[in-house]
Design a protein around this ligand. Structure first.
Ligand code: ADP
Ligand code: MG
Length: 689
């Protein structure tokens, strides 16, 4: 049986009561398979002897000692046992806070093995956190004399209980557990059997064994993730219909009307897209590019290709605000060239909606722009050829599929502005080909970013005043919409009033997610047209809003925002010819790590660099903007640290499927069995995001 088929519940092991079983469940351990994959956080070296006298301030004590006396300190319910122990090097005290019952377990004269971090306090060597066992404990059940795994435990589980359960599980089942990779694919990546992997993880002799085991486990995880993704990709894009290809006339007409040239990267991406469109399989491509790098325009040009070929295109944005903005841009850029377009969002209702839907079905609309309303029921295209999805990180894989199903295997183009490190992109979008736009349109000046401690924001406001006086506009962003009794933070509504007082001559606007769509649109319009000088907001302006005259972005309580969000916010300025500024105002009690994060913003203007730094600081499961990676529940594989391995796994998975899409060859039968019986990552890939 495969490890994941080991569905016996931990509660069925002996010695595990309902309380412990529940504690396991709260760690996500519902079966013995889960339990045996519960990875230690680290290992304590309980092989090397460290006597009491050597343990202070350095490595933990690991010694055999004798209990020599009991002592008590404190009074009443706080009365606490202190156990004095002695080894050949000296003596020390064990403070038994909350564990007075140790009086019985550690009688005077007892010989114990003891492990703990000791320190020198109040004139004695002492420890409050320690593990011990009788010195004559047989080695099979001993948690000394070896490398001892320390597990993630939660509040209600003791390390001993976890270790015991795992050892029992291993003892009972390890001989029945099958390997999950055929040897031909394992080679040097998995030098050890599943059995050895589990032993290396839970009862290693050396740290090298641990490394080997983890590497093998991570490799298998990467491999099955990539294999599952690739198989889904294969299922989604099988063969495609015959189609006429565009000659590029429509796109050229649009390009000729532009006052600028495409950047080199835009041209490259457009070429890649055109090749995809001519290919024998539907396109599935991700365009990654920093905010303002010109993705949207590139996607519009891609749409022109499909439209010229006689098909329809759909363009889905994450918010109504953005959908509207895209529609306005498309009207400006594409309509003069003859493209017929419409906007469909949740707030387009009844008659208007009916009319759009019927024109769509009869093919009188070439490009439909909208929100997720695009894949609501009743939306029928005559012939959907291309589905474009903007700001993919807000949508799950599922939505992409849902939109694709509005057509017969349409081409899909996904754009993401939150820069996702390449390694993560491969995890999340593993079945997409990736294009990157790195170069910015010429003439863009990087935004200058300053940090300011709260209390010094006066200087920031002075700067803002200067900018607005010269005709520019500004954003002031706050973490909350309204005052909160729970959090001592500035809020947009309150600061809107405060800033009105502070700048009586300026025109202020307020926008946040609680306004209804119409209000939001009207505020944004006034800001775009310059009728508002300072827009006070929450992070609703984070994505995609395009007002080139805005040069000043003030974010207060910047420590409350993720780096990805801050980078998105920064993308709202620096969109025109003027030098722009971002001010990050942070709480005075900000930790060193918090400051380090903000300094990343100051020192990096490239979104990819910001994202890589973010990943280093936070780890892959925690990326704002790419939470989709978190849902994958990778236990051993770390795409951030180990991108190269993931790449190898992806290449192998793709190659295997290329040669044998149904995994029917004899050498692939084990792969087929693992997939059929354990369905790796299936749920996550369908429900993700
Ligand atoms: P993104 O979608 O990547 O955020 P957009 O496509 O919205 O970027 O482009 C941002 C702004 O830059 C828009 O005003 C757009 O018209 C302009 N732009 C796009 N490509 C170029 C280019 N090659 N040269 C100059 N300006 C460009
Ligand atoms: Mg955009």
């Amino acid at each position: 049986m495969f490890l994941r088929e080991l569905r016996t519940q931990p509660g069925e092991l002996k010695g595990i009561g309902p309380r412990t079983a529940e504690a396991f469940a709260s760690l996500g351990i519902e079966s013995l398979g889960d339990l045996l994959l519960h990875a230690p956080r680290y290992y304590e070296d309980r092989k090397t002897e460290v006597p009491l006298s050597k343990g202070v301030g350095g490595s933990p004590v690991n010694t055999i000692a004798t209990v020599i006396a009991h002592d008590w300190f404190g009074f009443g319910r706080r009365r606490t046992l202190k156990v004095w122990i002695e080894d050949s090097s000296g003596r020390a005290a064990l403070n038994c806070f909350g564990r007075n019952f140790l009086q019985q377990k550690l009688p005077v004269g007892a010989q114990i093995r003891i492990y703990g971090q000791f320190s020198y306090r109040f004139g004695e060597i002492q420890a409050s956190s320690f593990e011990f066992e009788a010195s004559e404990t047989p080695s099979g059940t001993s948690s000394f004399g070896s490398l001892v795994p320390i597990y993630p435990a939660g509040a209600s589980l003791r390390q001993g209980a976890i270790r015991k359960a795992i050892h029992e599980g291993l003892a009972k089942y390890i001989d029945q557990i099958e390997d999950e990779l055929p040897p031909i694919y394992a080679r040097e990546e998995i030098p050890v059997s599943k059995k050895k992997q589990l032993q290396g993880l839970h009862c290693p002799e050396t740290l090298d064994e641990v490394r080997l085991a983890r590497r093998a486990l991570a490799w298998e995880e990467f491999f099955y993730l990539q294999l599952s993704i690739a198989r889904r990709g294969l299922a989604l894009r099988s063969t495609r219909k015959e189609r006429t290809t565009a000659r590029g006339t429509l796109a050229r007409r649009v390009l000729e009307s532009l006052p600028f040239e495409l950047t080199r990267d835009q041209k490259t991406v457009l070429r890649e897209i055109r090749e995809d469109l001519r290919g024998s399989r539907p396109m599935a491509r991700l365009i990654q590019g920093d905010v303002g790098s010109g993705k949207t325009l590139t996607a519009f040009l891609a749409a022109c290709e499909s439209i010229e070929a006689g098909e329809q295109a759909a363009f889905m944005a994450p918010t109504e605000l953005l959908a509207r903005q895209h529609a306005e841009n498309a009207a400006r850029l594409l309509e003069p060239a003859g493209v017929r377009l419409a906007l469909l969002t949740g707030s387009v209702q009844s008659r208007a909606r009916e009319e759009i839907l019927s024109r769509l079905e009869s093919g009188e609309i070439d490009l439909l722009i909208g929100t997720h309303a695009l894949f609501s029921e009743g939306v029928r295209f005559r012939c959907l050829g291309l589905a474009i999805i903007d700001e993919q990180q807000r949508f799950g894989v599922l939505q992409r599929v849902a939109l694709s199903q509005k057509g017969e295997e349409p081409d899909t183009l996904v754009m993401t502005a939150t820069p996702i490190p390449r390694t993560l992109a491969m995890t999340v979008f593993g079945d997409l080909d990736v294009s990157v736009i790195r170069s910015m349109p010429p003439g863009r000046k990087p935004v200058i970013t300053h940090l300011a401690r709260m209390g010094r924001e006066e200087k920031v406001y002075e700067w803002l005043k200067k900018e607005v006086r010269t005709g520019r506009q500004a954003y002031c962003v706050y973490p909350l919409i309204a005052e909160s009794s729970k959090m001592d933070l500035k809020d947009a509504e309150g600061m809107y009033e405060a800033l009105k007082q502070r700048f009586p001559d300026f025109r202020l606007g307020l926008i946040h997610s609680r306004l209804d769509e119409e209000e939001k649109v009207s505020v944004m319009r006034s800001f775009s047209s310059g009728e508002i000088d300072i827009l006070v907001s929450t992070s609703v302006v984070e994505v995609g809003v395009d007002v080139p005259n805005a040069t000043c972005m003030v974010v207060e309580h910047a420590e409350r925002f993720g780096l990805a969000a801050l980078h998105q916010l920064r993308g709202r300025v620096g969109r025109g010819e003027f030098q722009s500024y971002m001010f990050l105002v942070y709480a005075p009690d900000l930790s060193e790590e918090g400051k380090r994060r903000l300094r990343v913003m100051m020192e990096n203007s490239d979104g990819f660099a910001v994202a890589e730094e973010d990943l280093k600081i936070r780890g892959p499961g925690n990326m704002t903007g790419t939470e989709q990676a978190g849902f994958l529940r990778l236990r051993f594989a770390d795409p951030a640290a180990d991108g190269e391995t993931m790449l190898r796994a992806r290449n192998l998975a793709r190659k295997i499927l290329q040669d044998d899409p149904g995994l029917l060859k004899p050498e692939n039968s084990l792969l087929r069995q693992v997939i059929n019986r354990t369905r790796p990552f299936e749920e996550e890939l369908i429900n993700g995001g």
